[in-house]
Design a protein around this ligand. Structure first.
Ligand SMILES: *[C@@H]1O[C@H](CO)[C@@H](O)[C@H](O)[C@H]1NC(C)=O
Ligand SMILES: *[C@@H]1O[C@H](CO)[C@@H](O)[C@H](O)[C@H]1NC(C)=O
Ligand SMILES: *[C@@H]1O[C@H](CO)[C@@H](O)[C@H](O)[C@H]1NC(C)=O
Ligand SMILES: *[C@@H]1O[C@H](CO)[C@@H](O)[C@H](O)[C@H]1NC(C)=O
Length: 541
């Protein structure tokens, strides 16, 4: 079955869909990655017509985005399971010597419990405890999977750190959490989920090979735990009982494709379509862009082992569309004029924001950012609002009104990661200078190494200006290839000029999150200044 002829699968799927006739105008195939953005550590499941996808966000807030799709290919964030990082003061970025970079939300889990119509998010923070947030499904199961409004509430903590947690709700409604590294553990929770009633090791990795990232399912009466050997393999553990014993097979072992310099597809989870086809959603280590999802069909052997459908023995660049549907979701690119009642779920702040210092202005007036921190260090400034870069190359254009900046203020557009650069405005007395600043660097322990150097400067002559960053996040993981960011400005929105040198992005994984675009406004002398972000546009370039 490994060498299964992908063309015969294509033919079967195409033949199967000809009865639904007028689909020929729509895409018959999709391309990997399905979403070229940083959405790592995914947990995926389906309710009715809707697929849901949860992801890690570390110290970005709100955290744990919930993405939605009708076809497993087009995804959009519709909610966040953790609206406020309620894990302690370090998540507020109020103390420059106690910040939460790379902490917070990692390898957490989200599932839907039909018996109580509840979405349950669970994640270990730091060394523990594990936090639980829930939201009503608003009758999602009887509404084709649609949720009318999301209302996340912090529930309780469980004392143990469920490392790389995978929530699983059995047919009989029993809740389990599969977790751990090397030793895969299973915790059974009480009926209401608030306490642990049993805990046992269910699998031990041979030769102490490092594995993690548990995702647990029951398929046709058999229990499966998918685990990853980071960056290389995905293993499948299979048993007739949740408590084991589990047999193991390797699902993929350093599978090549579909992108170069992006590691091997691994981790993630599996999900079925309404008509019973299965898919594996994994991610690639696509730094400098972060970890990005890829999808491949699964087939099953007669004795119940899944196998990834390969193309030329690799993870396919294209496969037939998993689902033909007329239902669509908005693309990740486009214009945002901040006209809604709240920020769209594409946006996340760096740490919890100071909500008294920002506002959406009436009548699409824009996003008001009042300075929230007096600091010389962007990495310690509150209220930097971020947006994921889009691959392989994208540009972000922020239109700013800077007329109310005050002496010492710094506002602009940043290409944000542990090695960062920005284009922005430095207000010094009555002088308003446009600057390109690079060499904003963090140390390996995420303290600030360097607050940046002004690499280029030019006077600003208008109160409105456009700041643009172009970022190339074509994967270069494990290579010394430099992907570049470029910084541009315009005083009229028409003619853009580059400012400062190109900036080399870092390809390392240790910060976990990939590069983001961000807009910031902080004070170096005193609070009181403000800028208004009139619009934002994300484009593929
Ligand atoms: C589950 O069992 C049904 C009936 O035997 C079979 O048609 C189907 O392929 C099985 N699915 C999986 C994922 O094994
Ligand atoms: C999509 O819409 C077209 C036109 O309204 C309709 O004929 C077709 O049946 C729909 N297809 C699906 C899969 O819903
Ligand atoms: C600047 O501040 C003045 C006075 O508070 C206010 O009326 C105006 O709307 C502000 N404009 C911008 C662009 O922030
Ligand atoms: C800014 O300009 C005003 C008006 O010319 C002047 O009164 C003020 O002293 C200047 N402020 C600084 C910090 O230079």
């Amino acid at each position: 079955m490994r060498g299964i002829d992908v063309l015969s699968i294509f033919a079967t799927l195409l033949l199967g869909s000809t009865s639904a006739s007028p689909i020929l105008s729509r895409a018959e195939t999709f391309e990997n990655p399905v979403l070229w953005q940083d959405y790592p550590d995914l947990d995926v499941f389906r309710i009715g017509d809707v697929y849901y996808y949860s992801s890690s966000t570390f110290a970005f807030s709100p955290g744990a985005p919930v993405l939605k799709s009708y076809d497993l290919v087009n995804w959009t964030p519709v909610s966040h399971s953790v609206p406020t990082l309620n894990f302690g003061a370090q998540y507020d970025l109020t103390n420059p010597s106690d910040r939460a970079y790379v902490k917070g939300i990692w390898a957490s889990t989200l599932r839907y419990r039909a018996s109580s119509d509840t979405f349950i998010w669970l994640g270990c923070v730091g060394d523990g405890p594990s936090y639980v947030w829930t939201a009503s499904g608003t009758n999602a199961a009887s509404n084709n999977g649609e949720v009318l409004n999301w209302n996340w509430t912090p529930q309780y903590t469980l004392p143990r750190c469920y490392y790389d947690s995978g929530l699983f709700i059995d047919d009989d409604d029993t809740m389990y959490v599969a977790y751990g590294k090397n030793q895969i553990m299973l915790a059974q929770l009480s009926a209401d989920g608030t306490t642990e009633v049993k805990n046992q090791q269910v699998y031990e990795s041979p030769d102490n090979i490092y594995i993690e990232g548990s995702r647990m399912y029951k398929i046709n009466g058999t229990y499966y735990i998918f685990v990853t050997k980071p960056a290389d393999d995905e293993w499948v553990l299979k048993s007739s009982s949740p408590w084991g014993p589990y047999e193991r097979r390797i699902l993929v072992d350093s599978i090549a494709g579909p992108l170069s310099n992006a590691g091997n597809a691994h981790q993630g989870g599996v999900v079925d379509t309404k008509d019973g086809n299965w898919y594996y959603v994994a991610f690639l280590d696509s730094f400098p862009g972060g970890r990005i999802p890829v999808v491949a069909p699964l087939t099953w052997t007669d004795d119940g082992w899944p196998e990834v459908v390969r193309v030329n023995n690799e993870w396919g660049k294209t496969y037939p569309m998993p689902v033909h549907t007329n239902k669509t979701v908005p693309p990740p690119t486009g214009l945002d004029t901040f006209g809604g009642a709240s920020l769209s779920h594409e946006w996340e702040w760096n740490h919890n924001p100071d909500n008294s210092k920002w506002a959406l202005l009436e009548g699409s007036g824009g996003l008001q950012l009042r300075t929230a921190t007096v600091t010389g260090d962007l990495f310690s400034a509150r209220n930097t609002l971020t947006r994921r870069t889009h691959g392989p190359k994208s540009s972000a254009t922020f239109k700013l009104d800077i007329s109310n900046m005050t002496d010492g203020d710094r506002a602009g557009a940043v290409l944000f990661r542990d090695i960062a650069a920005y284009i922005g405005v430095h207000k010094e007395g009555n002088a308003t200078n446009l600057v390109m600043v690079n060499n904003l660097n963090m140390n390996a322990d995420w303290t600030t190494k360097s607050t940046g150097n002004v690499a280029a400067t030019t006077p600003v002559t208008t109160s409105e200006l456009w700041l643009r960053i172009e970022a190339d996040i074509t994967p270069a993981f494990g290579t010394s290839i430099s992907r570049l960011g470029m910084f541009w400005y315009s005083m009229d929105g028409q003619i853009f000029e580059q400012l400062g040198p190109s900036f080399a992005l870092t390809n390392t994984w240790q910060f976990f999150s990939g590069y983001r675009f961000g807009v910031f406004n902080f004070a170096t002398k005193g609070l009181g200044g403000e800028v208004v972000v009139k619009s934002f546009e994300l484009k593929n370039v």
